[in-house]
Design a protein around this ligand. Structure first.
Ligand code: AHR
Length: 537
């Protein structure tokens, strides 16, 4: 029987109460098709994003060498330790909108001599209420050398976003020169050596602006295509194949902004199709907006489902922009990136200087898991994705206030999902009763992703139901489980969260599943993220 026939027959039989014994015990299906590979899951799909915004850089990452907070040359040690644990592959910096206001020269040379500049975000109403500090007036203590050091300590590749709105392509070339020119070769290589690194940083990833349709210059796509061409012509490469990333759309659920993608691509290839060789990737942004009162911790069951539904929109956005790229890039040279994503709630809790920060809950953990599963399922299309943002901000992995530091629910999802990195993404089909909510809305009950790593199969599954567990038949098409270890992240209350007083309110629990074979039943708890690490026969 063919796979799709098997699925429809099994589910139809189950619905009619006629299913075979093993299937009758379950009301869901998680089927992994080991002979249907999708593509390698680039570790970069688990990338992070850090911006000079609120308390992300100052206080979040940078505490200063003389701080009583444990640090490595001024960089918060607890953060570095956690990032190493995550095997964080890449970190984007310095923005975000900040990038198109940033003069990299302000952040090099002796720290004490660096200028203080008005931060891009100073205009926001919330920051107006904050006391004067580095969030409003950036002292530039954290510049290129400090960011590179942070990446090196964390084991991540740097991804640097250039300023297209308010600097020239010549400034960009010189930033590349500062970072990558060989030891002892140029005046800027000498500046870099004085800043702490005689050796070049060999930065590969360069973003050409950020949100160029908005804060990055209010360009039209055809105008931005001109800027992209100008900025990427004859950049000094020092023998490296630099990876230039085009600034794509800021997609919203109701408006995927495909015309930006089309407009840019059309104008790029109109000059010459050869220019596709310069475009390593094209990046879109998607924030699933908040629901109900907009609070990260106060929400109804309907708000819960609506937010998870909004997270799931990522799937169609990836498909739509990938299709649009393919109309201009027949050979599929250009990959898609999502270099900002996350759930954006109203700022709460930490104070006015912590722009866009909130305490993430179990709901945000599920948003994160749903999103990472989508990325895995589109492994052949995506080159990099960056959670916005690492610390003290939207979809944050950590909260850090002075010497207090806590890993949020979102951190734990990244920690669970790191097992997917570098694996072969496999087709996986999930089915479960749909959930009805709100006025006639529906959401799927189970979804996830699977990846193969030699004899280890990693399967992650989200049960979106706020109250009901879901017993599912797990079926391995083309494989057999010898043993299964399960890790589950959940809590009795859908509002559960970690904060400074309750750092371990939501942490994953591990158990040996005691199941084997090519089919077994597993019960996914309500409101949960599960990982099955399956050792194959
Ligand atoms: O992540 C916060 C902001 O959201 C970024 O600076 C910008 O790129 C986006 O609009």
């Amino acid at each position: 029987m063919k796979r799709r026939e098997f699925l429809s027959t099994t589910l139809a039989m189950a619905a009619a109460g006629l299913a075979p014994r093993s299937a009758r015990a379950s009301d869901g299906l998680v089927e992994v098709l080991l002979d249907e590979p999708i593509g390698t899951i680039a570790p970069e799909l688990h990338g992070q994003f850090t911006e000079h915004i609120g308390e992300v850089v100052y206080n979040g990452i940078w505490v200063g060498e003389n701080s009583k907070i444990p640090n490595i040359g001024g960089i918060r040690k607890a953060l570095v330790d956690h990032l190493r644990q995550l095997r964080v592959p890449v970190i984007r910096w310095p923005g975000g909108c900040f990038a198109d206001s940033y003069n990299w020269r302000d952040g090099v040379g002796p720290r004490a001599a660096r200028p203080v500049r008005t931060n891009f975000w100073d205009n926001t109403t919330q920051l107006c209420k904050a006391p004067d500090g580095p969030q409003k007036y950036d002292p530039n203590t954290f510049g290129t050398a400090e960011f590179m050091r942070f990446c090196q300590l964390s084991g991540a590749q740097p991804y640097v976003a250039a300023n297209v709105r308010s600097l020239t392509s010549h400034d960009f070339d010189e930033w590349v020169e500062y970072c990558n020119s060989p030891a002892g070769s140029t005046t800027l290589a000498q500046t870099r050596a004085t800043d702490g690194s005689r050796d070049p940083y060999n930065v590969l990833y360069w973003g050409i602006g950020n949100e160029s349709w908005g804060c990055g210059g209010d360009f039209r796509p055809e105008e931005y295509a001109v800027e992209f061409r100008r900025f990427t012509s004859w950049v000094p490469d020092y023998g490296l194949k630099l990876r230039f990333i085009g600034s794509g759309p800021g997609a919203g659920g109701r408006d995927p902004q495909v015309p930006w993608t089309r407009g840019f691509m059309e104008n790029l290839v109109a000059k010459s199709p050869r220019l596709l060789d310069r475009l390593y990737g094209f990046s879109m942004h998607y924030y699933c907006g908040t629901t109900g009162k907009g609070d990260s911790l106060e929400y109804s069951a309907d708000d819960w489902y609506q937010m998870l539904w909004q997270a799931d929109v990522m799937d169609s956005l990836v498909n739509q922009h990938w299709l649009a790229l393919g109309d201009y890039d027949k050979e599929r040279k250009v990959k898609l990136l999502v270099d900002e994503w996350g759930a954006w709630h109203r700022t709460t809790a930490l104070g006015p200087a912590y722009l866009f920060s909130y305490v993430p809950s179990l709901r945000d953990a599920l948003v994160t898991a749903i999103t990472l599963d989508i990325f895995n399922r589109h492994a052949e299309k995506l080159a990099m994705c960056n959670d916005a943002q690492l610390v003290n901000n939207i979809n944050t992995l950590f909260l850090a206030v002075e010497d207090r530091f806590v890993a949020t629910t979102i951190f734990h999802v990244f920690d669970m999902y790191k097992s997917h990195q570098g694996g072969q993404s496999l087709r996986m089909v999930c089915d479960a009763p749909e959930i009805s909510y709100g006025a006639g809305k529906t959401l799927w009950g189970l979804a996830g992703s699977a990846s193969l790593h030699g004899k280890t199969l990693v399967v992650t599954v989200v049960n979106t139901h706020a109250r009901e567990p879901r017993a599912a038949e797990v079926s391995l098409r083309g494989g057999e489980a010898k043993s299964v270890q399960v890790m589950v992240l959940t809590a009795p209350d859908i509002h559960a969260h970690n904060d400074f007083d309750h750092p371990n309110a939501v942490v994953p629990k591990t158990e040996q599943a005691g199941v084997s074979g090519s089919r077994f039943t597993w019960t996914f708890p309500p409101a949960s993220v599960s990982k099955l690490e399956i050792t194959l026969v």
